[in-house]
Design a protein around this ligand. Structure first.
Ligand SMILES: C[S@@+](CC[C@H](N)C(=O)[O-])C[C@H]1O[C@@H](n2cnc3c(N)ncnc32)[C@H](O)[C@@H]1O
Length: 270
């Protein structure tokens, strides 16, 4: 179902706007099922590590993550779990479908495996984003990480794997996407996912005129791709510096449409 401009105007939220705040604050202002689709990549807790058998942060260890210059990404594991549980419950309330991209790293592993159990009814499937090759692991006995997962959630109270609000037909969408990594566009934010990944998810799970929300907008990839694909978007990003990067990136895409995403048949890349 298309959402028209008048319907948005009834609600005290601007669309095609990036909110510089904690996504939990943005979410509180959204009515139930306000958005059609969430496409997001949350922080992975990259700086929470193990030292002498205990969780610690990277600041205390010799290795420091270069992914973000302005975001600490180092919650204690229990807080990380509670934060994502709260965000996912809110996303299920406000959105028809949720694509939640995450990577198994030391600081996220326990929390995300618990989350997969807790949300087993709402998780309809998991898409594997196969990145082709992994960076060498930082320690022996640790596997090189060559893939990320995208949880596909829908709050439809129905058993089974069918995603009721999906837009693709039988046989058109695989649950493995083989795409390279995102390109770093700035030396202060390099945790970026590829435009192609956002594009495949947006095309499969929404239609033109729909509203796409990214609670962790980072450098603006979801907003930029949503715009290119004729969808409306809203984003939240807690870090002011990243909002500036995202806004500049989205602005530069306005009016500069390539026909990169014009073939709907590129859905399903396995
Ligand atoms: C993995 S990055 C997102 C990258 C994005 N997909 C892109 O392509 O640029 C996660 C982002 O979430 C932001 N963030 C962390 N906690 C947040 C919160 N509570 N609310 C909103 N944004 C948050 C971080 O500042 C970071 O930019």
């Amino acid at each position: 179902m298309k959402t028209n401009k008048k319907e948005f105007e009834k609600i005290a939220m601007e669309i095609n706007k990036l909110y510089n705040e904690n996504c939990l604050d943005t979410l509180k202002r959204m009515p139930d099922k306000f958005v059609d689709l969430v496409v997001t990549s949350p922080p992975y807790n990259m700086r929470t590590r193990i030292r002498n058998g205990e969780y610690t942060t990277r600041e205390k260890s010799e290795h420091f993550s270069k992914k973000y210059k302005h975001f600490s990404d180092d919650l204690p594991i229990d807080e990380f779990y509670l934060f994502h549980t709260e965000v996912l419950n809110e996303l299920l309330r406000v959105s028809k479908i949720i694509c939640y991209n995450f990577q198994i790293v030391t600081g996220s592993k326990e929390a995300f495996f618990k989350i997969i159990g807790d949300f087993n009814k709402d998780i309809k499937d998991i898409i594997i984003w196969d990145k082709g090759h992994g960076q060498p692991a930082m320690h022996g006995q640790v596997l090189n990480s060559c893939y990320e997962m995208i949880l596909i959630l829908e709050d439809d109270k129905k058993a089974g794997r069918a995603i009721q609000n999906a837009k693709f037909n039988r046989g058109e969408m695989n649950n493995i996407l083989r795409l390279g990594r995102g390109k770093s566009i700035s030396d202060v934010h390099s945790a970026i996912y590829p435009e192609m990944l956002a594009g495949e998810l947006i095309k499969a799970f929404s239609e033109k005129g729909n509203l796409i929300y990214d609670p962790f907008m980072g450098s603006g990839t979801t907003g930029m791709v949503a715009h290119k694909l004729d969808r409306n978007w809203i984003g939240s990003e807690i870090t002011e510096e990243y909002c500036k990067i995202a806004e500049a990136r989205i602005q530069s895409a306005v009016g500069l449409f390539s026909n990169f995403f014009s073939t709907e048949t590129s859905i399903g890349t396995e």
